[in-house]
Design a protein around this ligand. Structure first.
Ligand SMILES: Nc1nc2c(c(=O)[nH]1)N[C@H]1C(S)=C(S)[C@@H](COP(=O)(O)OP(=O)(O)OC[C@H]3O[C@@H](n4cnc5c(=O)[nH]c(N)nc54)[C@H](O)[C@@H]3O)O[C@H]1N2
Ligand SMILES: Nc1nc2c(c(=O)[nH]1)N[C@H]1C(S)=C(S)[C@@H](COP(=O)(O)OP(=O)(O)OC[C@H]3O[C@@H](n4cnc5c(=O)[nH]c(N)nc54)[C@H](O)[C@@H]3O)O[C@H]1N2
Ligand SMILES: [Mo]
Length: 782
């Protein structure tokens, strides 16, 4: 794009040269006091959580509605699905399977605060750019559609029909549908998801970037290659039957708190629980089961761990390979160490895998894992003695250069002892957003298979494009280059969630039109294209009235259970539309001649589900089965030992061990969540389980690494990252907190630290941004 063009097309950039370069705007709230760091010695969940919830309900002015809604959450088909994490609901009909963070999440959506047209009239976008992200979201729920007015630099009201026509006209006028990208954040329900991908494909593009490009893309690709399925194979009943649980790279007490219940139960029945994490997180200590009122009253704690291993960042693969090596060595004298019959009948590639395990020296495995041989052998012993093992993981495993290889190594280890296709055994990734797995199942995939497209074509009478689309990283590059000019965000907060904050901001600002479908005001409304729309939608807790009555939507949890979610609250504003209605409105305007009955679908979501039943694998008889008491489980061929791989067998992989040891003087930095945030939504400046108050701009370091650099406890530091291409990025004036973390490792909070993640630093295996292994140097602040 040449300079002349640039000037003509974006005059307002001249008027507001300071915008949108505000990557330094504070993310969290203004601190309520001095930063504090006091190690946390209490159990996870329990009364600390109860107290925190009460404070939160008061702050959100939701003391009456909050508790009432919580009693409705996660009920068998009568309530709404918790919009928080994707951990499955209790299978025993226990009607109060809730957690602190789920409650915070629901309350945040149900706040009585509103951000209406008066707010936008009072504050220009340039002014809002200087606000913290906390303050933006804290204004409350969005109430009506708004459009950016470049003359005044304010958002002003627009009617829904005009808003749809703005989107429609812009899309119709594109010289190619590939100039638009349609982002999904993982809480979109299945029905809206299906319509959304249908709209994109009817327009003619597979440009469907989504948040799972940043979280579990590696898991999907690895499991697909190994087992012919993109998902885990176990469910909660398996968790209840396992003899050994291996939990890698998850901060469960904060990010999947209901896992604590499963861990406590496992401990009670005598199962082994091994946590693998550079940090000893709260879930790796003990808990008070949150919904067990007797335990709460008696302060009865349960241990949630039998072994904690603290590898270096990125050291998981070497640990897993060491465990496999130990099992193979043991098999020379102990015929029961391996499940030879399983390997023989169901797998391929065993000999190559055995060879790479034998070739790896203990010295190399110790160095790469950051663990001693004795520690690796201790983990191997637990694994070797268990009849039934589950390995579970999250971002600590996936957001790495070698995320795919590591997940495949997890499968390798499971295959050695036939831990697949039977009760209590198998791989169990912990998904992020409540419906991120359902999004993929229902078609949000920039690399759809031909089989999927063939069925979609047949069921919906469209001719879907066959060429693969853009993922999150490539969408940002394409917007930057001017190749993608329309960005539609179905939920989420793309500006802040994506890596390389200033680059991503510039990419969004380079768009002709940005459209954000949202519940709350966030950075992605402030960092916008030449024209911009905010389209406010119903939240999952709210009643969705359509022509044929109150509608429900369906979601899929981490363990492939699909069930209905029905909102029960009066909508935050009478002007909100449901997500399916917003998609249909945009689609009709963009595709005036479309034969798809968009309006008819929205009158009754059963109609969408009937089409989905024809288009999607595993959704046969959708409307009936989704109304069964706990919904239904999508069939998992790998669970039945049917492997949809080229060989028809489960495939061992024999990848080389990566070198993850930081170069001298440098550290490997992992970006992660605090206890009091939901991705880009920050609830407070506290991180209770890690003992932090009033501070987000911190970096956890090993004290010896601090001393070596002349950094005192809580000293001010500058952090410099160096990208693969040699470019450098900075964060200045962060506080170094001495912490129990292996040497050579450091950790701090996302989304602030996205400033350090270069867009080009994505995994060549999964295309995921490398958010857990950022190469940095840290020194006293200049
Ligand atoms: N309350 C709350 N719940 C959430 C979210 C939230 O923001 N708030 N986000 C949701 C989403 S979208 C997702 S994807 C999930 C994320 O859930 P998590 O994966 O738990 O998310 P992170 O906070 O990134 O924490 C990563 C964990 O991995 C560890 N880790 C870092 N590097 C390594 C490594 O190399 N090896 C190992 N073994 N561990 C490592 C870190 O110490 C940390 O404990 O949670 C979901 N649930
Ligand atoms: N450095 C670093 N960066 C990361 C990560 C990391 O570990 N490190 N993790 C990555 C991961 S795993 C993820 S999933 C992404 C998260 O990326 P996103 O999913 O894009 O971000 P969220 O913060 O979850 O989105 C919050 C916004 O969603 C909107 N919202 C809330 N509820 C609804 C709803 O019901 N409907 C609609 N339409 N909108 C709603 C609100 O407006 C809110 O402001 O971040 C990624 N970024
Ligand atoms: Mo995620």
């Amino acid at each position: 794009m040449n300079a002349d063009n640039d000037d003509q097309e974006r005059p307002e950039r001249q008027e507001h040269p300071e915008r949108p370069e505000h990557p330094e705007a504070r993310v969290g709230p203004t601190p309520q006091g001095e930063p504090e760091f006091r190690p946390y010695h209490h159990p996870a969940a329990g009364w600390g959580a109860a107290k925190s919830v009460t404070r939160f309900l008061v702050a959100e002015r939701a003391l009456v509605d909050g508790p009432r809604a919580i009693m409705k959450m996660n009920h068998e088909n009568t309530g709404f699905d918790c919009p928080g994490c994707a951990w499955p609901d209790d299978t025993k009909g226990l009607h109060l399977d809730i957690c602190e963070n789920g409650i915070k999440h629901v309350t945040w959506e149900m706040t009585s605060k509103r951000v209406g047209r008066e707010f936008f009239a009072a504050h220009s976008v340039t002014e809002l750019a200087g606000w913290s992200d906390y303050d933006l979201e804290n204004q409350g729920r969005l109430t009506e559609p708004m459009v950016y007015d470049p003359d005044t630099d304010h958002y002003v009201p627009i009617g829904w029909q005009d808003a749809f026509e703005t989107v429609g006209r812009t899309l119709r006028e594109l010289d190619s549908p590939h100039r638009a990208a349609f982002y999904t954040s993982g809480r979109l329900g299945n029905e809206a998801t299906f319509l959304y991908q249908l709209m994109a494909r009817e327009l003619g593009t597979n440009n469907l970037p989504d948040c799972s490009n940043m979280c579990h893309e590696a898991s999907g690709r690895a499991l697909q290659a190994s087992l012919g399925t993109g998902k885990g194979t176990v469910d909660l009943k398996d968790w209840e039957a396992a003899d050994a649980l291996f939990i890698l790279g998850v901060n469960a007490a904060s990010n999947a708190p209901r896992m604590l219940t499963a861990l406590a139960e496992a401990y009670h029945r005598g199962a082994q629980i091994v946590h693998v994490n550079p940090l000893v997180e709260a879930a790796a200590t003990r808990t008070i089961v949150p919904h067990d009122f007797l335990d709460m009253a008696l302060l009865k704690t349960t241990r949630t761990s039998t072994l904690n291993l603290q590898p270096r960042i990125g050291g998981d693969m070497a640990l897993l390979r060491g465990m496999a090596k130990a099992i193979l060595e043991q098999s020379e004298t102990d015929p029961k160490a391996l499940d030879r019959e399983f390997i023989e009948r169901h797998t391929s590639g065993f000999d190559e895998y055995r060879a790479v395990c034998e070739a790896a020296s203990w010295e190399q495995l110790e160095k790469q894992s950051g663990l001693s041989r004795a520690e690796i052998l201790a983990a191997a012993r637990v694994y070797g003695e268990a009849d039934r093992s589950i390995v579970s993981w999250c971002l600590g495993v996936t957001q790495h250069e070698h995320g795919v290889d590591t997940v495949r190594e997890i499968v390798n280890l499971l295959l050695l002892r036939g831990n697949l296709g039977r009760e209590g055994a198998g791989p169990s990734p912990v998904r992020g957003h409540s419906n991120v797995q359902g999004n993929r199942t229902c078609g949000i995939d920039h690399r759809p298979s031909d089989a999927f497209l063939d069925r979609l074509a047949e069921a919906c009478g469209i001719e879907p494009p066959r060429e693969h689309g853009l993922d999150t990283v490539r969408t940002i590059t394409a917007m930057h280059e001017g190749d993608v000019t329309v960005f539609v965000g179905m939920g989420g907060n793309f500006a802040l969630a994506a890596p390389d904050t200033p680059y991503t901001y510039a990419a969004l600002a380079n768009c002709e039109l940005t459209v954000q479908v949202s519940t709350k005001l966030n950075r992605s409304h402030i960092v916008h294209g030449r024209r911009a729309l905010i389209l406010p939608c119903l939240g999952r807790t709210e009643k969705d009235h359509q022509r044929k009555g109150i509608q429900s939507t369906s979601v899929e949890d981490s363990m492939s259970m699909v069930h209905l979610s029905v909102g029960m609250k009066r909508p935050a504003s009478p002007h909100l539309l449901s997500e399916p209605a917003i998609v249909a409105g945009m689609a009709r305007a963009a595709l005036p001649g479309s034969a798809t009955p968009w309006e008819w679908y929205v009158e009754d979501y059963d109609r969408i589900r009937d089409t989905m039943a024809r288009a999607l694998d595993g959704f046969e008889d959708f409307n009936r089965r989704v109304r069964l008491p706990l919904g239904f489980r999508i069939k998992q061929p790998a669970r039945e030992l049917v492997f949809l791989t080229p060989s028809g067998r489960a495939e061992f992989s024999a990848a080389a061990l990566p070198d993850v040891v930081p170069a001298p003087g440098t550290l490997a930095l992992g970006t992660m969540r605090s206890h009091d945030q939901w991705n880009t939504t920050i609830y407070s400046d506290n991180d209770r389980y890690r003992g932090i108050r009033n501070l987000r701009t911190l970096v956890f370091m090993n004290r010896a690494d601090m001393r070596e650099r002349g950094i005192p406890d809580l000293g001010s530091v500058d952090i410099t990252s160096t990208a693969k291409d040699g470019s450098r990025r900075f964060l200045r004036g962060y506080v170094a907190v001495p912490y129990d973390i292996p040497r050579g490792c450091a950790a701090g909070y996302m989304p602030e630290m996205n400033v350090l993640c270069a867009l080009g630093d994505y995994s060549t295996q999964s295309d995921q941004p490398i958010m857990k292994h950022v190469k940095v140097t840290i020194g006293p602040a200049a």
